[in-house]
Design a protein around this ligand. Sequence first.
Ligand code: URA
Length: 249
Amino acid sequence: MAKERLDKVLSKLGCGSRKEVGAHIRAGKAAVNGQIVREPSFHVTPLVDKLAFGGKALPWRMGRYFMLNKPAGLVCARVDNLHPTVLSLFPEQERRGLILIGRLDKDTEGLLLVTDDGGFCHALMSPSRHVEKVYRAMVSGRLDLNAPARFRDGLPLADGTVCKPAALQIVGPSGEGLTEIQVTLREGKHHQVKRMVAAVGGHVERLKRISIGPLPLDPALTPGAFRALTEEEVEELRRASGAGQTAVG
Ligand code: URA
């Protein structure tokens, strides 16, 4: 296996940004095969050299992180007897161990994160971490004039469940007699956008997730296309979710 720079590897393993990790290495916090290494450009062999960071052994875990532009019609499940799943978009050899970070409804499109890093997934999904998810929706019906304030104050749904404060912006009328809105949530209840919109008099006709925390959907991804996240994107998501020290993989 090709050698890689120590600072790059430690950053991928969740020890911080390249810059932060570089400072930690110079300060003597990193060891390779039991020897302190103070040079960020020192090269290590993945899976072979034994790493430690801050005095603790750091297991090699080669994480995979993807963003997918989910098309309508596919379900977010590992297996489904009736419908194709989003994992069917990945080549078979890539699918093993992949988990979906949250779910979108079958008819919802847009940004879905997929990884094999359970800790990363847990941190991004945890309601206590407050990672924002932003949705654009086309809605029919007549929205209550006070809908933005009701979203902000914590909207009760039809079944009595009370939502955490959320943001609703009216983007404007669309050509088809629908209204375009933007909704920002910090939690992920089942069908939440649809149920919140219904609670203020509307009906969601089309729904798309456009960002998660600091990460927008890459406009170059057509529906059904995916790409690996860059190291910087993974790092930003870790920072946003507080998953900073989770080892990768
Ligand atoms: N809210 C919904 O109603 N559906 C989704 O797919 C995501 C959020």
